[in-house]
Design a protein around this ligand. Structure first.
Ligand code: PRP
Ligand code: URA
Length: 209
């Protein structure tokens, strides 16, 4: 079973409060999502593999560690996942970025794919799927499934807010995937929105609706 890691650092909790607040406008919402994503990146990358290289300090030669292997791949789920990319790139600027376009059909609430463009060699990369909201889990399960069908072997999922239903769904379908969240909320409402949540993440990020 994958781990669920709740990142409850005081800075993350503080910023998440203002992300949730309905009086926070798009500009501040975007900035806060970026800041929280950057803080989350620090923990999500904790287990990246390292290798030793030899360098020379002004005093002497020494062996020191650098991150090894292929560059990390960030995979935001469009649209709302885009809001998390820049914060992550602040800490892992060399990461490749792939995109998966999914929207929830408002009738069926099931995810529909409309775009997919991924970095090469995804089977050799650590992939980090980004989506602020894990509600029913349908979008995340589908995105992870697409990545696996295209060869991905190492996937983490990073969300700001998750409903217990979404976590359960991802754990059931993809037990190998670790989930990182800033907050786990109470439940879903009848329209599959997270309660208390933050509303519609895509609309709040991009000022639509
Ligand atoms: C939202 C959100 C997730 C999805 C979560 O996207 O960003 O992708 O819903 O819901 P689920 O866990 O029940 O699948 P939405 O479909 O609203 O599209 P958008 O990002 O383009 O606004
Ligand atoms: N998508 C959102 O943007 N918000 C929710 O609460 C659920 C799905």
């Amino acid at each position: 079973m994958g781990n669920v890691v709740i990142l409850d650092h005081p800075l993350i909790k503080h910023k998440l409060t203002f992300i949730r607040d309905k009086n926070t406008g798009s500009k501040d919402f975007r900035e806060l999502v970026k800041e929280v994503s950057m803080l989350m990146a620090y923990e999500v990358t904790r287990n990246l593999p390292l290798e030793e290289i030899e360098i020379e300090t002004p005093i002497t030669k020494m062996k020191s560690q650098v991150i090894s292997g292929k560059k990390v791949g960030l995979v935001p789920i469009l649209r709302a996942g885009l809001g998390m990319v820049d914060g992550m790139l602040n800490l892992i600027p060399a990461a490749k970025v792939g995109h998966i376009g999914l929207y929830r059909d408002p009738e069926t609430l099931k995810p529909v794919e409309y775009y997919c463009k991924l970095p090469q060699d995804i089977e050799e990369r650590e992939l980090i799927v980004l989506d602020p909201m894990l509600a029913t889990g349908g979008s995340a399960v589908a995105a992870i499934q697409f990545l696996k069908e295209r060869g991905a072997t190492s996937i983490k999922l990073v969300c700001l807010i998750a409903a217990p239903e979404g976590i359960e769904e991802v754990e059931k379908s993809h037990p190998d995937v670790d989930i990182y969240v800033a907050g786990v909320d109470e439940k879903l409402n009848d329209h599959a929105y997270i309660i208390p949540g933050l509303g519609d993440a895509g609309d709040r990020l991009f000022g639509t609706k």
